[in-house]
Write a new protein. Structure first.
Length: 210
């Protein structure tokens, strides 16, 4: 079995696509919550893996958090005739998503758009809450999250495709073509919905007070 960084990243993006498609058929309830969770986890993973692929295309050591430990492991790997550094150093730690993004931008000079960075940071924050503790979201917040997931998904493909050969072909069947303009439109609709719910709540409170 060979599962490259590209295969790994694309697989997670496709899993995100499937979760988004399921969300489109749902409106609320535990099914929606499950799809949101799966989409967040798979999307965060896919982005992290693809950033690591960018780093490795420059030099493999950029993928690892501790250069000294990497060098020791690389020496052992060569001496033992291994092809995978984790065969000799299974506890070697790679960089986090944020570290990988920073290294890609500031060490490898990839231009990461500020809108894309903000939505990645948001998705990563939700992922950390889901992975390490718990999360409590109301319907408007769930709607906002679903919009940002789809935005982040398409921005991910637009960002990585010029730098990773074969990426677009591998995800071609799983595309929404969700643009920044679409995102702005959906967020405008989301804010309008939140405002409407707030007005309804105010009216109910006014009736209660009288």
């Amino acid at each position: 079995m060979r599962y490259s960084l590209l295969d790994n990243g694309v697989d997670s993006l496709k899993a995100t696509y499937i979760s988004i498609e399921k969300m489109h058929a749902l409106h609320d309830g535990t099914g929606m919550e499950h799809c949101l969770k799966d989409a967040v986890l798979s999307l965060n993973h896919g982005i992290e893996i693809l950033f690591k692929l960018l780093l490795r295309q420059r030099n493999e050591y950029l993928v690892f958090s501790d250069l000294d430990k990497y060098m020791v492991a690389k020496k052992k790997m060569i001496e033992q005739g291994k092809t995978n550094i984790f065969e000799v150093a299974p506890n070697l730690r790679t960089v986090t998503l944020n570290e990988a993004m920073d290294r890609a931008e500031f060490l490898c000079e990839y231009e990461v758009d500020s809108t894309y960075k903000k939505v990645i940071t948001f998705i990563n924050k939700i992922r950390n809450q889901l992975t390490h503790y718990e999360i409590n979201m109301k319907s408007p917040e769930m709607l906002e999250l679903s919009v940002k997931i789809q935005t982040c998904y398409e921005l991910t493909i637009h960002f990585f495709a010029p730098h990773i050969e074969g990426l677009e072909e591998k995800v071609e069947a799983a595309r929404f073509e969700y643009t920044v303009d679409d995102y702005a439109t959906d967020m405008g609709e989301w804010y309008a919905e939140v405002e409407m719910e707030e007005r309804m709540l105010e009216r109910m409170l006014e009736r209660y007070d009288t």
